[in-house]
Design a protein around this ligand. Structure first.
Ligand code: ZN
Length: 388
């Protein structure tokens, strides 16, 4: 009797136990399917999964670079992979791309995705050091300089990008610049290694041709560099070729530009005078026919008052540094609206995104100094010629 009683009790306990296990399993399944919520330690669970996922994404990032897969790399980054993650040797993805695959498209894509151009390994190496040491040509060193790489950074052995440079860089005119820059304080807001957009020209020696000078006739400020014959070391005429300051992608090319009428010109100037500052849409009209180029590091160059644009300069096209992108003109000026070719001059602006332009808020001497960093020493007008 006693035995049977206990026996039944054991069976009942087992049934209850099985039922409980069943209920727990069902609840856990519902929890996993996110149908029910439980106050369980889901945090540490997910944390480990996230960490494993991040580790995998990082491995994929370096694998995609090794395979020179630019499209895959961009997908991985837009899916959340950290573009500044480092591998076991402390290299960032950018350093790895520069020192192994050396594909400019891959490097451009990484820079565009926000890779830190001045990151350093634990030994102090930068992407620029790998580029000057390992590159067979000057494309990557220029790409990195144009994106704001700092040649004055030293590694833990005290070496600069010039010190570690290999033969192709040492044998080039860039090497002397790298040596000069290695001893200077570099302005990290602006690039290096650009060229002046008119062959052989300097920046204007006249302060009123620089960014930041006032334009009272339209209640505004000048945002670019004007290149007029007589003050830039070379002659400037209607039709003088204008070249890209750095390699990049065309993001605007006004092939269908229609010149303002004199009446139209006078109307927008009157409207500007009635405003506190020149409204952006009016300023855009006053720049006339334009080409805009997007460069590494998020910089944009704008070329204004053009008379003509080569047929192959269209939106989306890649251009090389020094490639002709337009011809000097006077479009958008009073003279053009009057049907003349008077007053031709390239007007060139360098922008950091849409935020600020090169020279904004600086005095003329500071702009000429900064021009030495951006366009090189030869771009700076002689001190004796400067007009304030
Ligand atoms: Zn101008």
């Amino acid at each position: 009797m006693l035995y049977t009683h206990n026996f039944n009790k054991v069976i009942a306990m087992r049934r209850i136990g099985l039922l409980l296990v069943f209920i727990v399993v069902v609840v856990l399944v519902l929890w996993q399917l996110k149908i029910v919520q439980l106050p369980l330690p889901s945090f540490s669970f997910n944390f480990n999964r996230e960490a494993a996922k991040a580790e995998q994404a990082k491995a994929d990032l370096f694998n995609l670079i090794a395979q020179d897969d630019t499209a895959g790399l961009m997908n991985q980054i837009s899916a959340g992979a950290d573009v500044n993650a480092t591998n076991a040797t402390g290299q960032t993805a950018l350093m790895y791309a520069v020192s192994t695959v050396k594909d400019p498209a891959l490097v451009t894509a990484l820079l565009k995705a926000g890779a830190n151009v001045n990151a350093q390994t634990p030994e102090g190496w930068t992407s620029l050091m790998y580029a000057t040491r390992d590159s067979e040509n000057l494309t990557l060193p220029y790409l990195l300089l144009n994106a704001g790489a700092d040649p004055s950074i030293k590694n833990t052995e005290g070496q600069s990008a010039a010190d570690v440079a290999g033969i192709p860089v040492r044998a080039s005119p860039l090497f002397r610049n790298l040596e000069i820059w290695s001893t200077q304080a570099i302005n990290h807001d602006w690039p290096l290694g650009y060229i002046v957009p008119v062959e052989g020209a300097t920046i204007s020696s006249r302060a009123s041709h620089l960014p930041g000078s006032l334009r009272a006739y339209r209640n505004g400020t000048h945002e670019g560099f004007d290149f007029y014959g007589g003050v830039v070391s070379v002659g400037i005429a209607y039709g003088t070729p204008i070249v890209a300051v750095a390699a990049g992608t065309i993001i605007r090319a006004d092939h269908d530009y229609v010149e303002l009428t004199e009446e139209g010109y006078n109307q927008i100037i009157a409207a500007a005078k009635n405003s506190q500052i020149t409204p952006p849409e009016i300023l855009d009209k006053l720049r006339g026919r334009q080409v805009w180029i997007e460069h590494a590091g998020g910089f944009i160059s704008r070329y204004a008052h053009l008379s003509a644009i080569p047929g192959d300069i269209v939106v989306g096209v890649q251009v090389a540094q020094g490639q002709k992108i337009g011809e000097t003109g006077n479009s958008g000026t009073l003279e053009a609206s009057q049907g003349t070719q008077d007053g031709p001059h390239p007007h060139v602006e360098i922008w950091k995104g849409n935020e600020t332009y090169l020279g904004k808020g600086l005095e003329p001497d500071q702009i000429w100094d900064l021009a030495a960093q951006v366009f090189g020493e030869k771009a700076v007008p002689p001190k004796a010629n400067r007009e304030y």
